[in-house]
Design a protein around this ligand. Structure first.
Ligand SMILES: [Zn+2]
Length: 213
């Protein structure tokens, strides 16, 4: 049967630009860090988040560079400021800097992923929060998830991962990003609250800078 629905709109530019080659250094996501307590332990230890090599030059020596702050708002129980750590490659011809984000921080969204997921995935009224998600922001997030998934499906399809290739195949090139979230949730089975975080981290790992939403 032919599907006569119009194709999903193209995603915004900010979601589809790779940062892998244009930037010296960037963001790495610690995919195993899902709570603040673990994050704080890792930041407190200079080795806690230290990459084993520089993703740019493959140099093996990286030093702690500084401790930038992130201010994700609106999640009950979360402090207003979260300290993260940035490392610098010790190779004088490289000196790339790498900031490490715990998986629960939603890159570029100024929120943590549980807040985003609750907003876009549930119809229930949000819990009382210090900074509720404005309706315009929620709408923008939903629009991003309703945009075309093609680039992400191609990324997964060429990842050499059996499960990821299967997820790409089942989603299909003409689907929306939300459809990929659903298929990934069914097949990779991330825990509740991590449907977006796990997929976003995966996409960023496959091609740094590419965003789910
Ligand atoms: Zn380097």
């Amino acid at each position: 049967m032919t599907d006569h629905r119009p194709p999903p709109p193209e995603p915004e530019d900010c979601l589809i630009r790779s940062r892998a080659s244009r930037y010296k250094g960037g963001t790495l996501i610690a995919e195993d860090v899902h709570d603040l307590a673990t994050h704080r332990q890792r930041v407190a230890d200079p080795d806690g988040y230290r990459p084993c090599e520089c993703p740019r030059c493959r140099g093996r020596v990286l030093h702690v560079h500084d401790y930038p702050q992130r201010t994700p708002y609106g999640e009950p129980g979360l402090p207003p400021v979260i300290i993260i750590v940035r490392y610098i490659c010790a190779d004088a011809s490289c000196e790339a800097t790498w900031r490490i984000l715990p998986a629960f921080l939603a890159r570029n969204l100024w929120r943590v992923w549980p807040t985003v997921e609750r907003t876009v995935r549930t119809r229930a009224p949000p819990p009382p929060a210090p900074a509720p998600v404005p309706r315009r922001t929620a709408r923008r997030w939903r629009e991003r998830l309703a945009s075309a998934v093609k680039q992400l499906v191609l990324l997964l399809a060429t990842s050499s991962g059996v499960l990821l290739e299967a997820i790409a195949k089942r989603t299909g090139l003409a689907a929306t990003r939300l459809a990929l979230v659903d298929v990934h949730a069914q097949m990779a089975m991330p825990p509740p609250g991590r449907h977006l975080a796990d997929l976003a981290a995966l996409v960023h790992r496959l091609e740094r800078g590419i965003r789910l939403m």
